[in-house]
Design a protein around this ligand. Structure first.
Ligand code: DAH
Length: 362
């Protein structure tokens, strides 16, 4: 073997490598376990001593030259690869960042969460009911029989019955006009005593500055053997103080009438107008915020609760209305317009909003 010639042949091979991985393949083919050079060195063992004396330094020199050539070539190829990456993967650090669009919490969700959280602290748990409701739960069970004038007051959306396959006089379903039917559904299923609030969507055919066909109510119910109107009063005062973030608050319980409560009271909160904005807690005006009363025995009986043994209070209030009062939105209709400008202005950042879901699932 003419070592100089071989030398050049191998060095050319190394020069041809286009990448570090190419080079590694060549290295293995020469210097790896079964590589050409490794075999040469191995062949020394079979040689006569004389020949070995001549060949051994030549082979070892060849190996050394190749190892150095590999090292050099490897460094060069690595640098080339890095340069090529730097050319292709450059980063324009002066470019404007991409806008991060993060959602906001809708005021209705936020206020629902605030209300749920306050009543949770007062020992109420959350209950839910269907939005499509039978007229029995929505009216009859709440002591509003079919000919009762209160049915007209509700501007009810009736769901057209599917007459295919129906026999006889099946009572129609409605979009629930209030959250009160959840009272009956809950007591029927869980009995008494109980203490719940039921937030949710309700529907009435009505549309102006303060009315939309879909809006939100929250119902409260506390039933026990020894519950009175004074408990109702205390709960509502505590709620209003916490919700409006005031140390003390004036509420006015005004005698009223609801078929499902006896006695009934509408509750007003002291307030005043400064220019166009409403200040809650101070002044000489009163603003109605909810309806309430002692649950009518007929309602308890409809829910299969013994009205001789149990009694309690109930109340219902508009969530959207409470949001308007606290956060100063003038027009209820804009709540449901999905206008991004409105949502950005009145929406809430998401950090504090895990509460309701913890409570609903907990
Ligand atoms: N359901 C009534 C409404 O939608 C509100 C209401 C009044 C609920 C008195 C009650 C109550 O539980 O006791 O107008």
């Amino acid at each position: 073997m003419e070592i100089e010639v071989e030398n050049i042949k191998f060095l050319d091979l190394i020069k041809e490598a286009k990448s570090v991985s190419d080079l590694e393949e060549i290295r293995v083919s020469l210097l790896g376990k079964k590589g050409e050079i490794t075999n040469l060195l191995r062949s020394l063992g079979q040689m006569e001593a004389e020949e070995r004396q001549i060949k051994s330094p030549q082979y070892n020199k060849l190996k050394q030259i190749l190892e150095e050539a590999f090292k050099e070539s490897r460094e060069m190829l690595l640098n080339k690869e890095i340069e090529a990456r730097m050319d292709s993967e450059w980063l324009d650090i002066s470019q404007d960042p991409r806008e991060i669009s993060s959602g906001l919490i809708h005021p209705v969700s936020r206020v629902t969460e605030e209300i749920v959280s306050i009543f949770s602290d007062l020992g109420f748990s959350v209950a839910e009911g269907p939005q499509i409701e039978s007229d029995w739960y929505n009216f009859d069970s709440l002591n509003i029989p079919p000919d009762h004038p209160a049915r007209q007051e509700f501007d009810t959306f009736y769901i057209k019955p599917d007459d295919k396959g129906l026999k006889g006089n099946i009572s129609p379903n409605v979009l629930r006009t209030h959250t009160s039917p959840v009272q009956v559904r809950f007591m029927e299923k869980h009995g008494a005593p109980c203490r719940i609030i039921a937030p949710g969507r309700v529907y009435r055919s009505d549309y102006d500055l303060t009315h939309t066909p879909m809006f939100h109510q929250i119902e409260g119910l506390a039933i026990g053997e020894d519950i009175s109107m004074s408990n109702l009063k205390w709960v509502l005062i505590e709620f209003c103080k916490a919700y409006f973030e005031l140390d003390s608050i004036d509420l006015r319980f005004r005698a009223s009438h609801f078929p499902f409560t006896e006695p009934s009271a509408e509750v007003d909160i002291r307030c005043s107008w400064v220019g166009n904005s409403l200040v809650v807690g101070k002044g000489n005006d009163w603003m109605e915020i909810l309806g309430s009363g002692m649950v009518h025995p007929n309602v308890l009986e409809a829910a299969k609760v013994d009205s001789k043994k149990f009694q309690g209070f109930a109340f219902g209030m508009g969530i959207d209305r409470l949001a308007m009062l606290k956060y100063g939105m003038p027009d209820l209709r804009s709540f449901f317009d999905n206008d991004m400008r409105w949502l950005k202005h009145y929406g809430f950042a998401a950090e504090r909003s895990s509460n309701l879901y913890d409570k609903l699932s907990g």
